[in-house]
Design a protein around this ligand. Structure first.
Ligand SMILES: Cc1cc2nc3c(=O)[nH]c(=O)nc-3n(C[C@H](O)[C@H](O)[C@H](O)COP(=O)(O)O)c2cc1C
Length: 230
């Protein structure tokens, strides 16, 4: 076998040998006990993920697709989840921001390995407005403010050199220190108003539990709930 084939086989063996780490026994999810609406369950699962020691349980994958229909995804942070929806912040001029302008439908995915859980949230995304966006930025750390100032109007653009970025950050750190209420013009708080939320609980013998909520204004709590094959 050639070195390339050896390396390819070693890589496949590595993948076959990997396991998803859980923190002890997996929780049992009895779908009959699921609430009428997804928000309380989502908040409970996020809290339990944090309590389980899951690193960064508030990070999520955001999938968008522009007018060409080709999906793209990236990790972003959840800033809140309430009756209005799931909140995240980014630059309106970034790739995701541009795609959301072309097509406001998006999907979020959380994966919490320690409790063996996944949540998918899909729906229409809207802007929370300039005041809420500025307040979102004010509530963040000086380092996050500096990053937003440096990235304003630039995120997702081609960067000429890393030195260019270092210079922009030096100016942004200095400004964030001097002006903690500074606003980054393109920083935008977005809210995804869910019409579908799916909860997935792993089970040791792979009899995983999937519960999907679909928005149904006439149902109790405004949602219909159903099971899915895993
Ligand atoms: C853990 C983690 C958290 C992140 N959180 C955010 C965030 O809250 N907002 C953001 O704009 N980018 C965040 N990013 C960067 C994005 O993943 C992405 O690289 C950036 O927003 C540009 O995406 P785009 O070119 O698809 O628009 C985060 C990255 C990581 C690894």
């Amino acid at each position: 076998m050639s070195d390339d084939q050896d390396e390819a086989e070693a890589f496949r063996a590595l993948l076959r040998g990997l396991r998803v780490p859980h923190a002890g026994d997996l929780p049992v999810f009895d779908p009959d006990t699921a609430p009428d609406a997804p928000l309380p369950l989502f908040r409970r699962w996020l809290r339990e993920a944090a309590e389980s020691g899951e690193p960064g349980p508030h990070t999520m994958t955001l999938a968008t697709a522009g007018a060409d229909g080709r999906p793209s995804q990236r990790t972003v942070m959840l800033h809140d989840a309430d009756e209005r929806g799931w909140h995240f912040g980014t630059h309106r001029t970034s790739r995701k921001g541009r795609e959301l302008t072309e097509n406001p439908y998006a999907s979020l995915a959380f994966h919490w390995m320690r409790p063996g859980r996944q949540v998918r949230v899909s729906g229409r995304v809207g802007e929370a407005g300039p005041e809420a966006s500025a307040a979102d930025l004010r509530g963040r750390s000086p380092a996050a403010l500096a990053a937003a100032l440096a990235g304003s109007g630039r995120q997702s653009e081609t960067l000429g050199s890393y030195e260019e970025l270092l210079r922009a950050f030096e100016a942004a750190y200095e400004r964030a220190g001097r002006e903690p209420d500074a606003t980054a013009p393109t920083w935008t708080l977005y809210v995804l108003e869910a019409d579908e939320v799916e909860f997935y609980q792993e089970e040791a013998r792979r009899r995983h539990v999937r519960v999907r909520y679909l928005r149904a204004p006439k149902e109790p709590g405004g949602w219909r709930r159903e099971l899915l094959w895993p």
